[in-house]
Design a protein around this ligand. Structure first.
Ligand SMILES: [Mg+2]
Ligand SMILES: [Zn+2]
Length: 224
């Protein structure tokens, strides 16, 4: 079987504003600036785009699963209206104490998605704002990108304190997407990808990030 790479996106702090008291309703769901346009641009790659999000508010009894799923339905509808697509949304509803296999940093959601969609995790990318995102990507050999929206700044400190330095660092999701669309290695590896659609963006961002594109994964250094 021909495995495809995928783009995994964390939700809170990447697509929408993080809230320390959890996103408990659609009214509290606020798209980050440029996120919808970024997902639309990302959608020009023919790779599956999968949202993987820890929602322990469910396991903590703060919100029922139906509310999380309603938020996701509305989020997907808004993304579609903006011209983007998301292949699937997966969330971990468990309390951290439950020790489930799906709560990031564990890679259960990534592995389950790989099973379902036939993904090559080692050629996949995960964009997140937390150390747990970076570690989940590392657990399956995927390429992690840390954004500095949401919890990114504090989590960057945590990552550095933990001596974890194999991840790309960008300001936000639009910058992550720009980098991805222009990355010669990733773009070339997607055999079925129509890169002409995004070639204008790609050309611009190859120039912007050329310093980092040849050496594989740089050590947590800011990109262009
Ligand atoms: Mg997050
Ligand atoms: Zn779980």
């Amino acid at each position: 079987m021909d495995l495809t790479p995928a783009i995994f996106l964390d939700r809170d702090g990447v697509i929408n504003a993080n809230r320390s008291d959890y996103v408990k309703s659609w009214a509290e769901f606020e798209f980050l600036p440029g996120a919808l346009a970024a997902i639309r641009a990302l959608s020009t790659l023919n790779w599956p785009i999968i949202v993987v999000t820890n929602q322990s508010a469910v396991g903590r009894g703060i919100i029922p699963p139906t509310v999380v799923e309603d938020i996701h339905r509305r989020m997907l509808a808004a993304i579609r209206r903006a011209g983007g697509r998301i292949t699937e949304v997966r969330y971990c509803p468990h309390h951290p104490d439950e020790g489930c296999g799906c709560r990031k940093p564990r890679p259960g959601m990534l592995r389950a998605a790989a099973q379902r969609w036939g993904l090559d995790l080692q050629r996949s990318v995960l964009v997140g704002d937390a150390m747990s995102d970076i570690m989940a990507a590392h657990a399956v050999g995927a390429t992690p990108i840390l954004v500095l929206t949401g919890r990114g700044p504090e989590q960057l400190t945590a990552l550095r304190n933990a001596d974890i330095d194999h991840f790309h660092l960008v300001p936000d999701l639009p910058a992550a997407v720009e980098w991805l669309l222009g990355h010669p290695l990733l773009a070339a590896r997607s055999s079925k990808t129509n890169i002409t659609a995004s070639s204008a963006i790609a050309t611009a961002s190859i120039a912007a990030s050329s310093v980092n594109t040849s050496a594989g994964i740089p050590s947590g250094k800011p990109l262009g």
